[in-house]
Write a protein that binds this ligand. Structure first.
Ligand code: HEM
Length: 533
């Protein structure tokens, strides 16, 4: 039986390889058939000299909002058009899969929601999405507050250590936000306290190692790690597999514990959405309790791993860029602090407070507009079809064959001069205004009243011009978790401290993989606020 299953596995691996080769060939052969699409000739050096999304922006201005990017035999269609993005992400979502992204992430996330095939995705999305209901999010606000408070206490202690009034400290805030977001995702998703704000541990190191590898892979569009013996040829691959094992062992322990401690009383509370007296309000508790003991451990582990990776660096990046932008705009920093003082005062932070922190919410949205995480969404067409026409030189729309790899450039959409006034300026108030543009056929324009009750600007109010969490059925499942988390952390930080950049903004160099982050950290000077209302 063992030999038989090994032979079946080998056969499967061969079939996968053949599928990949045939996809590559389809792409190569289809290259010339993508209508009259303008072509950008990319050099391999474009992948290494500066983040690719900068170059994609230049080509967007030069070639229009749908063009083909050719790297030797490999080609991608780059979309920077809200109507075409809406078509791919929402109207015709199931004619696309995650293509290259699934190749990259499947070895890490298995059958987690992001790389999952359609059948698995449908089944798991139905189970996971209800876990993010409003009572869960309200319960999370306490975790967001407690974890932010830990970061604040750490800063206060460092300031006290300076022993004189008005002391300042210098810190890499990107690293601090990364620790904060890791602690929050650990507690919120699987009730595990990484405690990374204050300590190092093998699990924390393994999480960063895995993120590093995921990042590295996402800048390589050829899956070299699938080569036979990759684990033996590349030492980094060996380290990656060791890191993965450390995290998986940790997650397996947490899943076992959640199953062993399942109690009917908790199940009833969860069914009634009563989180007030639950000791463990995590998503894992919900997934185990609501589905009974029959949940497949391997699938659960993939789900948790996916959320750990998807929800950690992304949120840390939003906070990093929000502070970077505020530090360059002291009057906006002052306005934000005034609102925080007014709303929070001595009150405990609650959902009602967040409803009143409008300016902080808009700052988070504006940071996501200027620095979207990830800057590109990746899809592959499963069948040939005609994309809708949009604007700027391709009113007719283009035919694309099955197997076409697509980058939806969220960065281009968010900084499009055709969609936004002064697109590169930091102006949180822009989301309060309506706007229509006649020259884009089929685009409804911006209308804040169309946000479907959301506290934050979203793709609905902008008709797919603002896509911080994607859109359509595969939209981010943790969007509200992330938005509330960032709002709480930023508000509490601004309540206590004044923050300035240590050097010039131009010294902050960008690098990108799955997220846009800094090359050498976001070094800031921090001091206690003296100008409180
Ligand atoms: C998907 C962004 C936080 C879990 C996505 C997508 C985007 C995104 C753009 C869509 C990807 C695509 O269409 O290809 C962000 C940003 C975040 C954030 C900017 C923080 C500011 C989180 C958090 C979690 C999470 C906190 C979980 C706790 C997921 C999952 C998916 C996803 C599971 C896949 C959804 C599906 O395919 O059904 N995220 N995310 N994300 N995100 Fe997030």
């Amino acid at each position: 039986v063992g030999l038989q299953s090994a032979a079946t596995e080998k056969l499967k691996a061969k079939r996968n390889l053949l599928d990949k080769v045939s996809n590559l060939l389809t792409n190569m052969l289809s290259g010339g058939r993508i209508g009259e699409m303008p072509i950008a000739e990319g050099a391999v050096s474009d992948l290494f000299t500066r983040p690719l999304f900068f170059k994609l922006y230049d080509w967007f201005l030069e070639l229009g909002s749908v063009y083909k990017l050719a790297f030797g035999p490999k080609s991608f269609v780059v979309v920077s058009d809200p109507v075409v993005a809406r078509h791919i992400l929402r109207e015709n979502a199931f004619s696309y899969d995650k293509g290259v992204l699934a190749d990259i992430l499947e070895p890490i996330m298995g059958k987690g929601l992001i790389p999952a095939d359609l059948d698995t995705w449908k089944q798991r999305r139905r189970v996971i999405a209800p876990g993010f209901h409003s009572s869960f999010l309200e319960a999370m606000i306490k975790i967001f507050t407690d974890c932010s408070q830990r970061t604040i206490s750490k800063f206060e202690k460092l300031i006290e250590g300076e022993c004189h009034n008005g002391a300042t400290i210098e810190l890499d805030l990107e690293a601090e936000f990364s620790s904060l977001a890791l602690d929050i995702i650990g507690l919120g998703v699987f009730n595990y306290d990484f405690g990374s704000v204050t300590k190092e541990s093998p699990v924390i190191k393994a999480v960063y190692g895995t993120l590093f590898e995921a990042e590295h892979r996402s800048t390589f569009y050829i899956p070299y790690w699938n080569l036979p013996f990759a684990r033996w040829i590349f030492p980094r691959q060996r380290k990656f597999h060791n890191d993965l094992k450390v995290i998986n062992d940790c997650l397996d322990g947490l899943i076992k514990n959640a199953k062993d401690t399942r109690e009917e009383a908790d199940v009833e509370k969860l069914q009634q959405r009563d989180y007030s007296s639950l000791k463990d309000a995590s998503l894992l508790r919900f997934l185990v309790d609501m589905r009974g003991a029959d949940v497949d451990d391997c699938q659960l582990r993939d789900d948790l791993m996916t959320m750990l990776i998807a929800g950690h660096e992304t949120t840390a990046a939003v906070l990093t860029w929000a502070v970077f932008l505020l530090a360059q705009n002291p009057s906006k920093m002052r306005k934000a602090q005034t609102q925080v003082d007014l709303v929070l005062g001595k009150e405990k932070l609650s959902l009602d407070c967040i409803k009143n922190l409008e300016y902080i919410r808009l700052i988070i949205a504006e940071a996501l507009r200027l620095y979207p995480q990830p800057p590109l969404l990746i899809r592959r067409s499963l069948q040939s079809e005609k994309l809708p026409g949009g604007y700027k030189g391709h009113q007719e729309g283009y035919e694309i064959p099955a197997g076409t790899d697509i980058f939806i450039s969220v960065y281009n959409l968010h900084r499009s001069p055709y969609l936004w006034d002064q697109p590169n300026e930091f102006e949180p108030e822009r989301f309060l205004r309506s706007k229509t543009i006649e020259c884009i056929e089929g685009w409804k324009g911006f209308d804040p009243s169309r946000s479907s009750g959301s506290l934050y600007p979203n793709e609905a109010m902008s008709d797919f011009a603002f896509l911080p969490f994607g859109g359509g059925p595969r939209k981010c499942v943790g969007d509200q978790f992330a938005l509330l988390e960032s709002t709480v952390a930023l508000a509490l930080l601004l309540q206590k401290f004044d923050v300035e950049l240590k050097g010039s903004p131009n010294d902050v160099k960008l690098v990108t993989g799955a997220t846009i982050h800094t090359k050498d950290g976001l070094w800031c000077t921090i001091k206690r606020r003296t100008n409180k209302e």
